[in-house]
Design a protein around this ligand. Structure first.
Ligand code: NAP
Length: 509
């Protein structure tokens, strides 16, 4: 099982000990980043392992390697020596590991470490990209059989990440630490077991950033259930870009834990869909949610699609054949039912017959909403920033259309029994943005915004102030996830979990 390592980037040793206490139940190893300590504290590191009460890595990271140390190499070597000096017979009071970069060549340091059982991590950090032949790079790092090779690289996209997993596979017999930094690399930190990595680094968000893309130990262990993940754990995920706010991992990992399913749900921000599909094949990803901007682009890549996807032209859920995880994907759309069930429950109606409804936006989510409004007998007006797109969608259903401009206001007043806001405008962190400030709510409208983070968008706040009944996208999110779960696993969703899931998302939003 891969270990969880907490990077200690506090300015004082006592601050670092407090961080260990905060996360003790979630971590196996700590890395003392001496480069982050105040100058006076650097002379006191020798006693730290005895105080920490868990194995500690001694690291003094230079700026060129992504650290904070810039006081010269001679001083750095003397600090390493200080950390390794006066070794005790009780090894728990010595540093368990020392991180020496690949270009360090100080035999006396290595000798001191080996004599007293401190294992050497031989590291290489590339802040600017990856290497051509990473398997060879990893093999070349460890100088002796007892050293642990560490390779940390900065992928430019998921295409680079695939190469890292392949290199990990090619060096599968080796004890190593392998990871990708940055947002594209977060999956390698969660899936350390799949990469065969000895440990995964985490950090305390209240301390100095240790490396880009790290998550905190509690999120890794409790939310992603890191300690239950093995190389055989089935991977699910969500693909989109930039994918800054997604609650799907929260929902699914909670359900997997509750249902004791050996699976993990990982966010895959992807700059292009091809990269994700290749990575998914490499990792044998079994199923995924598809979100902005790929709900339409994914369709030509699918082997089979449901009638709803064909009709709506938007797909938000894909899965591979459950028996062989083949790279052929099938797709459905669960936004549609999630949307209509949530809206009907809120309005207390069985259908939308006789209702005149404005949909703001004409993207993937709007397509799901409009197809359901049509199925349920509602009459629609579609308004979009790009009015050509509004027209295209409207013509499919013989609905009215327009741009988000003053010309649309008269028609909108006539289509205002229900107003559905489907653009991402107003999503955290841009919580004061409003997609259609020109429209003044009268108070009789029922207003739904598909956004769930924040709970009340600027659009909903205005509607509420005018006296409208308002609904956000939280219930829709959970209902569509429920249908995704049923599609992935062909069994019922544990409905009793819904209040807990709503609470988790509310706390995080
Ligand atoms: P999408 O396919 O990328 O469509 C985005 C839509 O928003 C387009 O109509 C676009 O107009 C419009 N838009 C984007 N930026 C705009 C701006 N600055 N001003 C005015 N209009 C703008 O995205 P999507 O998949 O439909 O998702 C849209 C939103 O729905 C997201 O916030 C997503 O989180 C939410 N959603 C929620 C749920 C849920 O379960 N609650 C489910 C699905 C989606 P143009 O055509 O002019 O670019």
């Amino acid at each position: 099982m891969a270990r969880v390592c907490l990077c200690l980037t506090g300015k004082t040793l006592s601050r670092n000990l407090a961080a260990i206490e905060k996360y003790r139940r979630c971590i196996d190893v700590a890395e003392l980043r001496v480069d982050c300590l105040d100058p006076d504290e650097r002379f006191l590191i020798r006693d730290f392992p005895g105080q920490a009460g868990l194995p500690v890595i001694l690291t003094i990271r230079r700026r060129i390697d992504g650290g904070y140390f810039d006081s010269g190499e001679g001083f750095r070597i003397s600090l390493f020596s200080r950390g390794l000096a006066f070794a005790e017979v009780d090894r728990r009071r010595n540093f368990a590991y020392v991180d020496l970069e690949e270009d360090i060549d100080v035999p006396s340091l290595e000798e001191a470490a080996r004599t007293f059982g401190t294992r050497i991590i031989r590291s290489c950090h590339n802040q600017n990209g990856i290497y051509d032949n990473m398997a060879e790079k990893i093999r070349g790092l460890a100088r002796t059989g007892d050293e642990i090779a560490k390779l940390a690289v900065m992928p430019r996209d998921l295409g680079d990440v695939i190469k890292v997993y392949r290199a990990a596979k090619e060096t599968s017999g080796m004890e190593k630490i392998i990871l990708c930094m940055g947002d594209f690399g977060t999956n390698t930190r969660i899936l350390a077991a799949h990469a065969g990595s000895f440990l995964s680094y985490t950090s305390d968000p209240e301390l100095l950033p240790a490396a880009p893309g790290q998550i905190d130990p509690e999120t890794l262990v409790k939310h992603y259930r890191f300690r239950d993940i093995t190389a055989r754990t089935t991977i699910y995920g969500v693909v989109g870009f930039p994918l800054k706010t997604t609650f799907s991992p929260r929902i699914f990992n909670t359900v997997f834990g509750h249902e004791k399913i050996d699976a993990v749900y990982v966010p895959f921000p992807a700059q292009n869909l091809n990269d994700f599909l290749h990575l998914a094949a490499e990792l044998r990803v079994a199923g995924a949610a598809v979100t902005i901007p790929y709900k339409e682009e994914i369709i030509p890549r699918l082997r089979n699609v449901s009638d709803t996807v064909r009709k709506m032209g938007a797909c938000n859920t894909i899965k591979t054949d459950k028996t062989d995880h083949s790279p052929d994907w099938d797709g459905i759309n669960t936004d549609a039912l999630g949307f209509s069930e949530s809206l009907l429950r809120f309005t207390g109606k069985k259908n939308l017959r006789g209702m005149k409804i404005t949909v703001v936006g004409a993207g993937g989510a709007a397509r799901a909403a409009v197809s359901e409004i049509h199925r349920l007998g509602g009459r629609g007006l579609i308004l979009n920033r790009n009015s050509v797109r509004a027209r295209e969608l409207a013509l499919e259903y013989r609905y009215k259309w327009g741009g988000l401009d003053s010309q649309a206001l008269d028609t909108m007043e006539r289509y205002s029994d229900i107003i559905i806001q489907t653009t991402p405008v107003g999503t955290y962190p841009n919580i004061d943005d409003d997609p259609f400030e020109l429209y003044h709510f009268k108070g009789h409208e029922t207003v739904m915004d598909l956004i769930y983070n924040p709970e009340e968008t600027a659009f909903l706040r205005r509607a509420k102030a005018a006296g409208c009944r308002i609904l956000n996208g939280l219930e829709m999110l959970i209902r569509q996830a429920k249908y995704q779960y049923q599609y992935f696993f062909e069994r019922d969703f544990p409905d009793q979990l819904i209040p807990r899931l709503e609470e988790i998302i509310r706390r995080k939003a």
